[in-house]
Each structure stands twice: as structure tokens, then as C-alpha cells.
Design a protein around this ligand. Structure first.
Ligand code: SAJ
Length: 412
């Protein structure tokens, strides 16, 4: 059969290529013409291990094509962004637009799967949006087992940096608007998934995905709070967590400069905004993690007091190690906060994955992009913000005589 994937981003493109590699005819759809052109040439517009070679292969074999027009297909996967609005509710406009592009093409027996992380109830709304445009088709819902089309939610769960591995090996949750919807949607994932495929209802699948990321956020917030407490008590938090984690039922994650990316800082809010008065823990974790860049910037500013006109090197700008993604990066927030607090101080930033000054730092006159060795050598204070491989290898001799502030615990 033929399958169309709407959204050629971090999820849509890897999913497309994995299906194409297994013989499915895949059409990738994106509203951004530059992405369509890049994919059509067999290129990947972002960095992800092993993805580029798979895409160029699938395009060369003619199994993967890209276009800006939603084509007719047997199945559709929606993998568009679900950012949040200013009030922390989900912006479903991309999902709705995708559903409305699919609607006129739908035929009896077609499958529509939502992969985008979405608040509870979104899959049911897709049926409403499509149903409004296609009164001729029977939409699936509780009282209607014999629908004309099948609609389900199969949340993506791959870890950036390991997408091509986890896409194949992870278990998948498939939640249908009816049981039959879940079964039909699961048939797509059986083509490539080696993990188990767990069938459920759509709202449970939506909630399970949000819970996975909220769980990680709460655990990291716990680690970050322990880091601040330990710092105040002059105890080494890394040692404490290492020891505590040797208990068979304790598994605390790693403190850092805050929590970034486009998922973990966003998804917990979809739970909070669905149940605002009964989610104090999830909200507190969000607030703790959001406060960390301020705490780090304050600590660095205090250290800078010791120097007459210090130079500060900030190592790392991406939201985590070994990716080129700077969305919601706590490292960038730390740099912004330091640069604004210390406008007279030179701040040298470096990142092996970033080759131009990011827009969000461009208007700060005292921030300059530098090579790592130049930055470290010139600096009085070196702040490690992302544990990229080359930074881990920086020798203690190179840091000698400087103040080193390691937010990731890799130089200890
Ligand atoms: N971080 C820490 N300490 C840790 C782990 C992470 O400070 O111990 C920070 C990272 O530096 C980064 C942020 O948290 O700033 C998020 O990084 P991450 O590696 O935890 O997660 P993401 O955002 O790259 O991917 C997550 C994954 N979710 C879970 O592991 C539960 C991934 O499986 C999801 O598919 C993805 O969100 C998503 O798209 O929802």
C-alpha cells in the first residue's frame, strides 16, 4: 500500500525512511518547501546518526518521495509539531490543518494515525474535524464500531540521538478510537517495529505518552533540587546520587543546567492544563527545572566578582549532548542570563554542533562564538553546559588556574 506522512521533521522523516526501507511506498509531506526540496534530493535537514544514509538510499531507490501536497494514500501518519501557546495549553493548529488536508482524500478503509504528542482528547477531535468535512463517511467512536475509516494515536517515543535504533526496538503504544482502529493502525507498525505493540484506547495512549515525559521531568527536577541542596551543604551531589543509585530500588537521573528540547519542558504542561488544580507535583517539577538556568547564572556571576575584568567561556549551546538542536536549550538561557547580568564581561561560547551565533544570542554584544581551545585558554571562568564528547576530553592542565563550573558532572 501507499502511505503518506504529514510532517518531515525529527519523527516524520525517520518513520518515513524506516517504512520505505521495508518496501512501503512512502510520500513525505511538508508545508516547508525547503524541507521538501532537501528530502527530494535525498538530504536530511538536521543531524541524526544513521538517518542521512538511510534517506539518500530510500530516495535513490524511488521508495521515498517528498511533496507539499497531501496525496491520496491508504494510510496517513500525522507527525507535525504540537507546540504550546503562551498559557501553556497545546497549539493544535498544525494537527487540525493536517487532518483537514487528509479529509478530502480519504476513502473507505483508510487509516489515520496521530503520532504528534497531544493532550487527551486530540485523537477524538481529529475524527470530529474530518467528520465535519466528510459527512459521507462514518467516523469511528464508542457507539460506532463499523466505521468507514480508522483513526488512532501511536505516540512517538524515540530519543533524539538514538532515533534510528529506538524507532525499531522500542515497544509501541497504539490507542484506537475503537478496538478495530487500534488493530488496523498496529498493522503499520508491525512492518518495522521489533518491540511489542500494545493496543489500547486513544485517550490512554495520549496520556501514557505525556506521563512518560512528565515522569522524566519530575525525576530530573528531583536530581536538580538535590544538586542545589548539596551545593549549599558543601556535599558532592554526583557522589551522593551515585551511592544512592546503588540501592536496588533507587534510580535518580542526572542534574544539569536545566531541562530543554521541545518535549520534556512542554509535555507536562499538557497534563497540568488538563487538570490544573490537582497536579501540584508535576507543576513544581516544571518550576524547579525552569529555575535552574537562573541559579547557574547567579552562581557564575558570584564567581565573576573575584576578578577585575573576567572572560567567561561557556561550553555547549545545544539542549543536550551530541545533537545539533538548540530549541528550548537551557545552555542558551544560561548564556543570555550571564550576558545580561554582566554586560561588561566577554563571554565566549562554543559548541561543536553549532557554527553560527544562534539568533537568540545575536543581539548580545558581549557574546562571541569561539573555538573550544581558544575559548578555554582565554577564559578565567569556564562553564560546562553540555557534555559533548570533545568537552569531556578537556585536560585538567588546560583548566589549571581557572575557575571551572561543571553543570554536568563530567570533569570531577
Ligand atoms: N536531562 C538532564 N538529566 C538527565 C537527563 C536529561 O538534565 O538525567 C536534560 C537534557 O540535558 C535535556 C533534557 O533533559 O536538556 C531532555 O533530554 P532527554 O534526553 O531526557 O529527552 P529528549 O527531550 O531528547 O527526548 C525525550 C524522551 N523521553 C523520555 O525519555 C521519557 C524521548 O524518548 C521522547 O520520544 C522525546 O522526549 C519526545 O519527543 O517526547
Amino acid at each position: 500500500g501507499r502511505l503518506a506522512i504529514l510532517g518531515m521533521g525529527y519523527i516524520g522523516l525517520p518513520t518515513a525512511v524506516v517504512l520505505a526501507t521495508r518496501g512501503v511506498e512512502v510520500i513525505g509531506v511538508d508545508i516547508n518547501p525547503r524541507i521538501v526540496e532537501a528530502v527530494s534530493r535525498g538530504e536530511v535537514p538536521f543531524v541524526e546518526p544513521d538517518l542521512a544514509i538511510a534517506v539518500s538510499g530510500a530516495v535513490a531507490m524511488g521508495r521515498l518521495k517528498a511533496t507539499s501536497e497531501t496525496p491520496e494514500a491508504d494510510a496517513y501518519i500525522i507527525a507535525v509539531p504540537t507546540p504550546f501557546n503562551g498559557d501553556h495549553t497545546a497549539d493544535l493548529s498544525y494537527v487540525q490543518a493536517a487532518a483537514e488536508q487528509i479529509a478530502p482524500r480519504l476513502r473507505q478503509g483508510n487509516i489515520v494515525v496521530l503520532e504528534s504528542t497531544s493532550p487527551p482528547g486530540t485523537t477524538a477531535r481529529i475524527a470530529e474535524w474530518i467528520g465535519a468535512l466528510r459527512p459521507d463517511l462514518k467516523m469511528p467512536h464508542d457507539g460506532e464500531p463499523n466505521a468507514d475509516v480508522f483513526i488512532a494515536h501511536c505516540p512517538e517515543r524515540v530519543l533524539p540521538g538514538r532515533i534510528m535504533i529506538e524507532m525499531i526496538t522500542n515497544d509501541r503504544v497504539v490507542g484506537g478510537l475503537t478496538r478495530r482502529c487500534a488493530e488496523r493502525a498496529a498493522s503499520i507498525y508491525r512492518v518495522f517495529a521489533q518491540g511489542e505493540i500494545l493496543l489500547t484506547d486513544a485517550a490512554s495512549a495520549e496520556m501514557a505518552k505525556l506521563v512518560e515525559n512528565a515522569y522524566r521531568d519530575v525525576n530530573i527536577a528531583f536530581a536538580n533540587e538535590l544538586s542545589m541542596i548539596s551545593e549549599a551543604l558543601h556535599i558532592d551531589v554526583w557522589e551522593v546520587i551515585k551511592l544512592a543509585n546503588r540501592h536496588p530500588r533507587v534510580n535518580i537521573l542526572t542534574p544539569g543546567p536545566g531541562v530543554g528540547g521541545h518535549c520534556i519542558p512542554v509535555d507536562p504542561w499538557f497534563i497540568i492544563s488538563a487538570a490544573p488544580h490537582i497536579s501540584p507535583l508535576i507543576r513544581a517539577a516544571r518550576n524547579v527545572n525552569d529555575s535552574i538556568p537562573h541559579h547557574i547564572a547567579d552562581q557564575v556571576a558570584a564567581k565573576a566578582q573575584r576578578f577585575r575584568s573576567p572572560t567567561i567561556a561557556c561550553l555547549g549551546l545545544t539542549y543536550k549532548a551530541n545533537v545539533d538542536d538548540i530549541r528550548e536549550s537551557p545552555a542558551i538561557e544560561v548564556v543570555q542570563l550571564i550576558a545580561k547580568a554582566l554586560p561588561e564581561v566577554d563571554i565566549l561560547v562554543c559548541d561543536p554542533f553549532v557554527d553560527t551565533v544562534p539568533k537568540t544570542l545575536a543581539d548580545l554584544a558581549n557574546v562571541k562564538l569561539e573555538g573550544v581551545h581558544q575559548a578555554v585558554d582565554r577564559a578565567d571562568i569556564v562553564v560546562l553546559l553540555v557534555e559533548h564528547e570533545p568537552f569531556k576530553a578537556i585536560r585538567h592542565t588546560r583548566l589549571g588556574g581557572k575557575v571551572a563550573y561543571d553543570t554536568r558532572g563530567v570533569w570531577r
